[in-house]
Design a binder for this molecule. Structure first.
Ligand code: FAD
Ligand code: EPU
Length: 348
């Protein structure tokens, strides 16, 4: 049943499937599904008496969620995708993008206008609105470096707000928006980025220079870096259009450096990176592979045989079956290395 409110493009559907709204492709339903085309429709949506007091889950492309049950309230998707930029006298750019724009489309939009900075974040799936939730990052760059403010609808106060970067609590794969206190409070409506001038290209992440060499490029442009990184990503990560997945299922664990040193003394091949004073980040993929779990499969739920950090749906796995595989990985790595892995996606 579809009911469209007059004078708006808002669509509200009762009892809708979410199978195509999660890149794991697991079955799930929601009591209500709403899609808004314009941000100005949000006040009317929340004034709808059918939706009052229901739990709200915002979804972009569902590339970082695992649905293990039906959603008892409202799932909201945002299609508003306007983007614009201004250039300041110092050569910096301010870019404003609405939540429904594809993240990769935004990266391409900036590169096409000679705006340099987002190239290492090329080809990350999902929408702009989800990008600040886990502070997306890849190939040595994290989103928060560019965030000036996050525009949102505050469900607590019932109004539009702009949250400056300092108040977003960004960290590795984390933000205020994921915190217990504020989870599902803010519906991100737009992102304001500030991209400084004269930013040099970041080529230090292992494999980037090699990928540029493979393309025969000696003096890369930002667009070349994007092309090289997109090629690495295609090689390393399974494509959700071919096999259901949500990218990395676990965060790389950040541990006290003394613990990392002790582990590395026993396992010199374990990749690790400095992660602030006295802290070291370890490669979860390496820990999983060394635990013998890469390629593990239980029915249609499994660990990718291409990248150990990625859980995959070989066909008809359910969210519960995938969660069981995740638990098995966590237990195996804890028993073998004494390290507690944490899931990265939102588990519903
Ligand atoms: P969804 O999965 O729909 O939502 C993710 C979370 O954000 C949920 O909690 C949801 O409620 C919340 N959310 C979504 N939109 C909004 C909104 N407008 N307001 C409030 N909350 C919202 N991530 C990286 O950081 N780096 C990578 O390199 C990377 N590679 C990936 C590769 C693959 C193959 C895949 C499948 C995923 C990868 N990811 C990566 C994870 C994913 O792409 C990002 O987390 C992305 O930002 C999710 O976008 P989405 O629109 O699909 O969000
Ligand atoms: N590795 C293994 N086995 C594997 C895969 C990788 O041992 O099966 C080792 C590699 O040899 C390498 C190390 O793990 O030394 C790191 O691998 P990779 O460069 O693929 O990066 P990652 O740490 O596994 C992180 C992000 C990715 C992001 C890449 C590139 C997290 C949780 N994941 O993966 O993000 O694209 O770095 O920056 O931080 C995502 O969040 O969904 C995601 C894909």
């Amino acid at each position: 049943m579809r009911r469209s409110a007059r004078d708006t493009t808002m669509q509200i559907t009762e009892d809708a499937p979410l199978d195509r709204l999660n890149t794991f492709g697991v079955p799930a339903r929601t009591r209500w599904l709403a899609r808004i085309e314009a941000l100005g429709e949000l006040p009317a949506l929340f004034a709808d008496p059918r939706l009052a007091d229901l739990p709200v889950l915002v979804l972009g492309d569902g590339s970082n969620v695992l649905m293990t049950r039906d959603w008892p309230g409202l799932v909201l998707t945002i299609a508003a995708d306007a983007v614009s930029s201004t250039r300041a006298a110092d050569g910096s750019h301010r870019v404003r993008a609405e939540a429904g724009l594809g993240w990769h489309a935004l990266v391409e939009w900036t590169l096409a206008r000679g705006i340099i900075g987002l190239e290492n974040l090329v080809a990350i799936p999902g929408r702009v609105g989800a990008a600040p939730i886990q502070n997306i990052g890849a190939y040595g760059v994290e989103l928060d470096e560019f965030v000036e403010s996050v525009e949102a609808w505050d469900r607590r106060g019932g109004g539009f707000v702009a949250i400056p970067r300092e108040a977003c609590g960004f960290a590795y794969r984390d933000s205020r928006f994921k915190s217990e206190a504020d989870r599902d409070r803010f519906i991100v409506t737009a992102l304001n980025l500030h991209i400084p001038p004269g930013r040099s290209l970041r080529l230090d992440y292992p494999g980037v220079r090699e990928a540029l060499d493979a393309l025969g490029i000696e003096t890369p442009t930002a667009a070349d870096v994007a092309r090289a990184i997109a090629a690495i990503r295609r090689r390393k990560l399974p494509d959700p259009r071919e096999i259901g997945n949500a990218g990395s299922f676990f965060k790389n664990p950040v541990v006290p450096s003394a613990q990392a040193d002790a582990l590395r003394a026993r396992h010199p091949a374990l990749p690790s990176w400095p992660a602030g004073p006295g802290r070291t980040k370890l490669s979860a993929a390496w820990l999983i592979e060394a635990s013998g779990m890469k390629g593990h499969r239980d029915g249609d739920a499994g660990v990718s045989d291409r990248h150990a950090l990625v859980l995959v749906n070989h066909g008809r796995a359910t969210g519960t079956e995938l969660r069981r595989v995740a638990e098995r990985v966590i237990t195996t790595v804890r028993e073998r290395f004494g390290i507690a892995l944490e899931p990265e996606p939102r588990i519903v």
